[in-house]
Write a protein that binds this ligand. Structure first.
Ligand code: PRP
Ligand code: URA
Length: 208
């Protein structure tokens, strides 16, 4: 069964509290999504493979390390977009592949609308970026797409998860580790995470 990691970092907790606040405006909200994503990426990438290289310092030649595998960042449109920039700055050699899904408001099932993945996988490790793991339908569907593409190692990174979403994702994809800022209490009767932060896409893009 996949592991689900909830960040215990004080900075993540601090920033999450501002993110949740209903009075936080889109500009600040986007800054926080970016900053929290960088911190979560630090936790989610601890097991990336590295290779040993020689590096010339101004004084001597010494042993150093570089990332060994090509990383793919997979933001789920649209709310996942806000998580890309910060993570990409940390790993500028990554490729970014977008997947477009929205949740049908009536059925809560994901509907795919954008996928331009090339025929064969071009990366060794995929990190799916989506701030909200609610029912888990969107994350599971994204990972289905990546597995059909041929991706072998996949991680999910989110900001807030519901226990229901974690369970669904773990059952659908037991090989995919889950890294989130916080695991909240539950889903409400219209599929929103409680206490949550509302609609992550609307709050980033000012479209509420
Ligand atoms: C949100 C969120 C996830 C999905 C999570 O996207 O960004 O993709 O809901 O819900 P689930 O776990 O129940 O599938 P939304 O459908 O609101 O689309 P948007 O990002 O375009 O606003
Ligand atoms: N998508 C969101 O943006 N927020 C939720 O609480 C659930 C799904």
């Amino acid at each position: 069964m996949a592991n689900a990691y909830e960040s215990q970092h004080p900075l993540v907790k601090h920033k999450l509290t501002i993110l949740r606040n209903k009075d936080t405006k889109p500009k600040k909200f986007r800054e926080l999504v970016r900053e929290i994503s960088i911190m979560l990426a630090y936790e989610a990438t601890q097991d990336l493979a590295i290779e040993t290289v020689e590096v010339e310092t101004p004084l001597v030649s010494t042993e150093g390390h570089v990332l060994h595998e090509k990383i793919g960042l997979i933001p789920v449109l649209r709310a996942g977009l806000g998580m890309v920039e910060g993570v990409w700055e940390m790993m500028p050699g990554s490729e970014v592949w977008h997947i477009g899904l929205f949740r049908d408001e009536r059925t809560l099932k994901p509907v795919e609308y954008y996928n331009k993945l090339p025929i064969a996988p071009t990366v060794k490790v995929c990190i799916v970026l989506d701030p909200m793991l609610a029912t888990g339908g969107s994350a599971s569907a994204t990972i289905d797409i990546l597995k059909k593409w041929g991706a072998k190692r996949i991680k999910f990174m989110g900001i807030i998860a519901a226990p229901e979403g974690i369970k669904t994702l773990q059952e659908a994809h037991p090989d995919v580790d889950i890294y989130v800022g916080v695991i909240d209490d539950k889903l409400n009767n219209v599929g929103y995470i409680v206490p949550g932060l509302g609609d992550a896409g609307d709050r980033q893009f000012g479209t509420a």
